[in-house]
Design a protein around this ligand. Sequence first.
Ligand code: NAD
Length: 257
Amino acid sequence: LFDVKDQVVFVTGAASGLGFGMAEVMADNGARVTMTDIDADGLAKAAATLRDRGLAVEEAVVDVADLDTLTAAIDDTAARHGRLDVAFANAGISAGPGYGTEKGQMNAVSLDDWNRVVHINLTSIFQTIRAAAAHMKKQKSGRIVITSSIAGVGSEHMVGYAYAATKAAVNNLVRQASQELAAYNVMVNSIAPGPFRTNIGNGRLNDPEVARQFTEIVPLGRLAEVDEIKGLALLLASPASSFITGTVIPIDGGATA
Ligand code: NAD
């Protein structure tokens, strides 16, 4: 059910956090993984960690905001391996604090920041989906997994406006794309994490006060660790999810319940 051996996988934002967890679980299960990230040093270290364990990973420095480079990296992965089985459209950025503090309230939001977050968290995700789908349609199979957020499912006072809006938008992008791509046996799903301890927002979740506030919304009473994304990521990338498409799956310790 969970056999992904030799599958060709492309991951954005793979140097850190959830993207690294996704790359690691796929590589650990025998997939051939192209790890991409904007952070060249972090990416080199992250890929070396996995390669040193004998895993089949390659890396490419990609800023997802540069849509041509993003598309070329996806095309290149497919060309090198002759196919593309799984794409994790994971890279995303924080939009700073939410309306719970003055700095995150609507009048404090700069439109430059707004546009940057929309471009990276929404437009780049759309481009990742369609560039990956171009290959998957030809082979009549594929899995596309978006990293959204529970902040795209309901309101969340600790995340910025643009973040919440783009995460809601990608959830519907997944629904739309799943319908168009169903005829080609390409599944498109969204993972909606609650608070995970990663480096997002310059590591703001490592601030004890921010961590305390995020923990408060989680019935399980703690933040999640990166390894805890792996089960769902593997499920959505593997034969076990052969009848799952167009869904937004929270992984949030009960927060949205
Ligand atoms: P992270 O900062 O640890 O990792 C994100 C990675 O993306 C970093 O390696 C960073 O260099 C890379 N990145 C940033 N901008 C990029 C760009 N323009 N092009 C390519 N790579 C870029 O953060 P994370 O928490 O692992 O975030 C991954 C995804 O998870 C994001 O989409 C985020 O919104 C989502 N998410 C995170 C949480 C959480 O609590 N950590 C919750 C919900 C959703």
